[in-house]
Design a protein. Sequence first.
Length: 555
Amino acid sequence: MSDAAALFSRALASHQESRLDDAAALYRQVLGEDPRHIDALHMLGLLALQSGHARDGVDLVRRALALNPTNEAIHVTLGNCLRESRRFDEALACYDAAIASAPLFAWAWYSRARALLELGRLKEALGSFDKSVALRPDDAVAWYDRGNTLSAMRRPSDAVASFDQSIALRPDYVEAYCNRASALLELLRYDDAIADFDRAIMLRPDHARLYCNRGNALVESGRNEAAIADFDKTVALLPDDADGHWSKSLCLLRLGRFEEGWRLYEWRKKLAAPVGARSYAQPIWTGERNLAGKVLFLHAEQGFGDTLQFCRYATLAAAAGARVILEVQSSLVELMATLPGVAAVVAEGDPVPDFDLHCPIMSLPLAFNTRLETIPGSVPYLHADRDRAPAWRDRLSHLEGRRIGLVWAGGMRVNDAAASAIDRRRSLPLAAFAPFATVPGCSFVSLQLGPPADQAATPPPGMILHDFTSEVANFADTAALIDNLDLVIGVDTSTPHLAAAMGKPVWLLNRFDTCWRWLLDRSDSPWYPTMTLFRQERPGDWESVIKQVTLALAG
């Protein structure tokens, strides 16, 4: 055996034993003996990829490929180095070249699918994964990634079947149990999902994130106390885990345990995608400092509903002696001018006047030491514009009976998987409101915005739905329209918040895993005295909610 061959054998053995530094040194010695050693170039490039240095691997593997342009394995390794370097088009060309040379090469189909999945080309990715598992049906990882693709395509039943195959091949595949649990949650199969998290925890009992994931599943199933125990386990194993602390805060708030809940809610500022965590030279106001004579800058965070619900604290701050500057989303600026006590309203991104102290809007309940019995629940605190409202009064004068605004869907957050999942649970199609059409003496008005608003063009049989939303440019316009309605019925999104803040009667259609702000086992809200809650009796059961609301309308 030549020196190069002997060195390569030793390098390969070290590589297989995961002694990567030794393997790299030996591969380099091989190339010192023979700079055109194809396998050493290929394997050293593969090792660079495995070590997280894909860019270094590209040149090495290109040199190997130049020496053997038809080798399908080298094409795939080069493709994988390029994929990890975010050079997707070049990577796909490499996989296609490998497939052209060896159409039955499962690794090429799998690697091609991975690149397509990262590009979001889900249908193409699924086709390549299908080819991969057909050629190599014993590949647990390929079945797993195929399941992830189906989940991303919102085909949870098919995803579960793919994860089933993966787990059958590798019964200790923790990630497959977790992702199958996520697909089961989409199907509202809570007990099965929790059982999968149980299995994952049995396999990795010291993995903190598994407890947090199971805790979130327990929340969805309505078991908040059990969820708190899991979040406690998460932070016991990983004391600085922001998700564990923050998730526990939501449970505590849902249970009405505000003192600890508001304190832990501050962990949102340390999430992977921090919320409300702005930094200024001026200090943050946490409730201790006297506000008399101070300029307090309050900045909105999270969604429109959060701003509409918690802007009420600006009035309390003004009553404590502060000159309040309020920053909100641009479409709320005109409406917030009606909020008592606010000296100036600015839009997000606009220059802010000088201030002494600042506070994110969702930290105000903590700063004011809010408890259930001290919630500032007086309404109205937001008002319709004096000029806009009369114009809508004339527009709606021909509508007979009770004028009822309808909202059937929330905002779709396509770039946030968790928020998108919540939106699917809180929203329903307009067709589900069909029983409302059987109640006499009602005129229905669409308040729905966004893509689901298109459904207003084809209301349920028998329902006459008036749609003026093309004339609504911002929340001030919506408020003027709502000012001329008798009732708003809607899912948990910003419009019911607005109506309730204006003191209008609101019937909220509430999902089973209710948002923390609506508490538990209540049909009223201490935040909004004119709101009535109609909560699902079972997960996904909108039929019972619509039945209750229809009876209430008839009554």
